[in-house]
Write a protein that binds this ligand. Structure first.
Ligand SMILES: NC(=O)c1ccc[n+]([C@@H]2O[C@H](COP(=O)([O-])OP(=O)(O)OC[C@H]3O[C@@H](n4cnc5c(N)ncnc54)[C@H](O)[C@@H]3O)[C@@H](O)[C@H]2O)c1
Length: 367
C-alpha cells in the first residue's frame, strides 16, 4: 500500500482527487487533512464512508503538532498540498488569511515533512511532496488581436502563453500568496534537497465546486432565475480544465514528475466569461426545458479590482515528459458539470443554506 497524505481534501479539487485515487486504485491509502473552513465539505466524500483506505483528520496545516503527529502516525509516502484559501474576491476583502494559510501553512507543512523525512544522511528516502499551485502566479496575458467568438485565440500558434519559465508576476493577494508559497517550496528543494515538485494549473470546473466560483454560481442562479452577474465587459479569458483531468495530472506528477521541477497543467480550452455564461444559459435551459432562463438574466457589474485579462497555459512539458493529455473538451465537460448540479440538488441546497457545515457534527462528532 502507498499512503498519500492529502491536505484540503474536503474542498473542490482535493475531494475530486481523493475520490479519483480511491476510485481507480486499490494500492492506495489516503490520509485526508482538512480544517473544514467554509470551503471544506465532508459531504463531497460521503461515498467513502466505511472505506478503510480513507482516513479523515480534522486539522489545520498551520498546526505544527498536528502535522508532525499525522506524519509520524501515518508515514505517508507522498504529500499533496491542496489546502488553501482559494477565492480571489475573498483575498481582496481579507488578504491576511491568505498569507496565513497559503504561505505560513505551506512553510509549516514543509518544515514538518522535512523533519519527518530526514534520513540523517542528507536524504529523504523515496518521499515526495507536491505543491498544488495555480497559473495565476504568472500574472496576466494580453488578449490576442483576433479571437474566435468563444474568446480563444484565432491564431493559437501566434498567441502568447504561460510557460514554466515565465517569470512570476502575481497581481491579486491570492496569487501573491500562492507565488510566495511556490518560492518556499523551491527554496526547500534548492537549499535542503527536499523532494518537492510543483504543478500550476489553469481554472478548474466540475462536480463539488462551491457555488461562489463562476461556473457553479451561474448554474445555481440560472436555475433560480436570479441575475447572472458578469464582471466588467465579460471579455476576460480563462483556460478551463475539467477537474478530473487535473486530478490525473497531479497523480502523475506526484509520482513521476522530476523533483525540483514545475509542471504547467492546462488543455487549451480558453473561453471568455461571456461565452461561459451564454453557454450555461443555453445548456441549463435545454436540460430543464425552462424557457425563463434567457440572456435577459445577465447583468454587467463593476469589474473586479486588478482583474487579470487573460490566462493561457502551455502544457507542453507535462505532455512531453509524462504523456499527460486532457481527456475532456470544454463543450463536453460543461454538459457533465451542469448535469451533476441538476442531479445533486441536495448537495447544492446544503451548501447554499449552510447545512453542510453540520455534516461533520452529525457524522463524526463523538467518534
Ligand atoms: N479551483 C481552481 O480553479 C484552481 C486552479 C488551480 C489551482 N488551484 C489550487 O488548488 C487548490 C485547491 O483549490 P480548490 O478550488 O479545491 O479550493 P477550495 O477552496 O474548494 O478548497 C480548499 C480546501 O482547503 C481547506 N483548508 C483551507 N485552509 C486550511 C488549513 N489552514 N488547513 C487545512 N485545510 C485548509 C478547506 O477547508 C477546503 O477544504 C488550492 O491550493 C488552489 O490554489 C485551484
Amino acid at each position: 500500500m502507498k499512503t498519500f497524505l492529502v491536505t484540503g481534501g474536503a474542498g473542490f479539487i482535493g475531494s475530486n482527487f481523493v475520490l479519483h485515487l480511491l476510485g481507480t486504485r486499490d494500492d492506495v491509502r489516503v490520509v485526508n487533512v482538512d480544517a473544514l473552513t467554509y470551503a471544506g465539505n465532508l459531504e463531497n466524500l460521503a461515498s467513502l464512508e466505511g472505506n478503510p483506505n480513507h482516513i479523515f483528520l480534522h486539522a489545520d496545516i498551520r498546526d505544527r503538532d498536528a502535522m508532525a503527529q499525522a506524519l509520524t502516525q501515518y508515514q505517508p509516502d507522498v504529500v499533496v498540498n491542496f489546502a488553501a484559501e482559494s477565492h480571489v474576491d475573498r483575498s481582496i476583502e481579507n488578504p491576511g488569511v491568505f498569507a496565513d494559510t497559503n504561505v505560513m501553512g505551506t512553510v509549516n507543512l514543509l518544515t514538518c515533512c522535512r523533519a519527518a523525512w530526514d534520513d540523517g544522511k542528507g536524504g529523504f528516502g523515496d518521499h515526495r511532496y507536491l505543491q498544488v499551485s495555480t497559473d495565476e502566479v504568472y500574472g496576466a496575458l494580453q488578449i490576442p488581436e483576433a479571437v474566435n467568438p468563444d474568446g480563444s485565440p484565432a491564431d493559437p500558434a501566434g498567441a502568447t502563453y504561460f510557460h514554466e519559465t515565465t517569470p512570476l508576476s502575481p497581481h491579486s493577494p491570492y496569487s501573491a500568496s500562492k507565488a510566495s508559497a511556490d518560492f518556499f517550496v523551491r527554496a526547500w528543494h534548492d537549499t535542503y534537497g527536499f523532494p518537492s515538485v510543483i504543478t500550476r494549473c489553469s481554472n478548474n470546473y466540475g462536480p463539488y465546486q462551491f457555488p461562489e466560483k463562476l461556473i457553479p454560481l451561474m448554474i445555481h442562479n440560472a436555475l433560480l432565475h436570479r441575475e447572472l452577474p458578469v464582471y466588467g465587459d465579460g471579455l476576460n479569458v480563462r483556460d478551463w480544465l475539467y477537474v478530473e483531468d487535473h486530478c490525473r495530472a497531479i497523480e502523475l506528477v506526484a509520482e513521476h514528475g522530476r523533483l525540483g521541477e514545475v509542471y504547467n497543467v492546462g488543455g487549451h480550452n480558453e473561453r471568455s466569461n461571456m461565452y461561459i455564461v451564454r453557454t450555461i444559459i443555453s445548456e441549463v435551459r435545454q436540460a430543464t426545458g425552462d424557457a425563463a432562463i434567457t440572456e435577459n438574466l445577465i447583468r454587467h457589474v463593476t469589474d473586479r479590482k486588478g482583474h487579470d485579462r487573460r490566462y493561457g497555459i502551455a502544457p507542453n512539458k507535462i505532455r512531453e515528459e509524462l504523456g499527460w493529455e486532457p481527456q475532456t473538451r470544454f463543450e463536453v465537460g460543461i454538459k457533465k458539470t451542469i448535469r451533476w448540479y441538476l442531479d445533486n440538488p441536495e448537495w447544492v441546497e446544503h451548501v447554499t443554506s449552510g447545512a453542510y457545515q453540520q455534516y461533520y457534527e452529525r457524522m463524526y462528532a463523538g467518534r
